[in-house]
Design a protein around this ligand. Structure first.
Ligand SMILES: Nc1nc2c(ncn2[C@@H]2O[C@H](COP(=O)(O)OP(=O)(O)OP(=O)(O)O)[C@@H](O)[C@H]2O)c(=O)[nH]1
Ligand SMILES: [Mg+2]
Ligand SMILES: [Zn+2]
Length: 289
């Protein structure tokens, strides 16, 4: 039978096999797999002497490094507006990484119950215009939670975003599981009962994983001229620029800057593009030192 790995412990894995979770051993010749198997993996499982064994890890369609989850269909990028203050470069760094891995993303503006609705709408518009699906939620009041679940059907979903934006709270609103929030989640994380991430089954065949907010994310690792191809609103324009390796910075006949001046690209997105571009250029410079 086939199933999806939902958690990895040091000597066994939990595998969701259709309608329940089974505990699968990694013994004998399979022991070497314990280093490789990750939450999200699709596996073939056999039953011998009443015990489940993982026979094979099926080929992965992708692999997210931070957090380590295999076969991700959708990442929900969660943010607040002022609690904590939104960091557009942090968000766009995640979105660029996901575009480069060909993983779909949805933007989620959480804490709608305490944020200024006008400001939420302004930020919503920026990401809608950029080509992203957006949902506004309050994990506290429940607003938008069923809409978010509706976007998840059948998918392997990861919640990502800065610390304190409400990822764990959203997960518990979705799964009705008692998952500690705030200070408690940190204590929980320190215990290391599971290696890496735990996936929770959700109605409709979906899975969802919580992750801790990362204070540092990897620098964008792409050639400078390819960065615009990871901005949804720029990817179709970049090939129209006069220079084939246009950086959309100061070059003449630049389709991206033209779209910016005509209001088709949000200045906020262009600003994070320039910030991430500088990182790419910096990296390139050191590559040849
Ligand atoms: N008012 C309000 N507070 C919320 C909402 N969602 C979460 N919070 C609160 O915000 C704080 C942080 O929530 P968490 O769910 O722990 O945030 P997190 O994103 O999981 O943070 P890390 O695990 O550190 O990455 C907690 O005190 C929550 O109760 C919301 O929709 N509205
Ligand atoms: Mg959390
Ligand atoms: Zn250009």
């Amino acid at each position: 039978m086939e199933g999806r790995v939902t958690a990895v412990h040091s000597s066994y894995c939990l595998v969701w096999a259709g309608e329940s979770t089974v505990r699968c051993s990694l013994r004998g010749r399979l022991r070497h797999l314990s280093a490789q198997v990750t939450a999200g993996d699709l596996v073939r499982v056999s039953r011998r002497d009443g015990e489940y064994l993982i026979e094979e890890i099926l080929p992965r369609k992708n692999f997210l490094i931070r957090p380590p989850v295999a076969n991700v269909d959708l990442v929900v990028v969660v943010t607040a507006v002022t609690h904590p203050p939104i960091d557009l470069t942090y968000i766009d760094r995640i979105l660029v990484h996901l575009e480069s891995q060909d993983i779909d993303a949805v933007m989620c503006f959480n804490k709608a119950d305490i944020e200024d609705p006008a400001e939420v709408r302004r930020l919503e518009d920026i990401y809608r215009k950029a080509g992203y699906d957006v949902v506004v939620t309050s994990a506290l009041s429940g607003e938008g939670i069923s809409e978010l679940v509706g976007k998840m059907k059948g998918s392997n979903v990861v919640l990502a975003g800065a610390s304190g934006v409400g990822k764990s709270k959203i997960l518990s609103a979705i799964t009705q599981e008692e998952i500690s929030t705030g200070r408690l989640s940190k204590i929980r994380r320190g215990r290391h009962t599971t290696k890496g991430v735990t996936l929770y089954p959700v109605q409709g065949g979906a899975f969802i994983a919580d992750t801790p907010g990362f204070s540092r994310l990897n620098v964008v690792e792409c050639e400078p001229f390819t960065l615009a191809y990871y901005y949804r609103e720029m990817m179709d324009l970049a090939p129209l620029c006069h220079f084939p390796r246009c950086l959309h910075k100061t070059e003449d006949s630049c389709a991206v800057r033209e779209a910016l001046s005509e209001g088709r690209i949000a200045p906020e997105r262009y600003e994070t593009y320039l910030a991430l571009l500088d990182e790419c250029l910096e990296r390139e410079k050191h590559k040849y030192e």
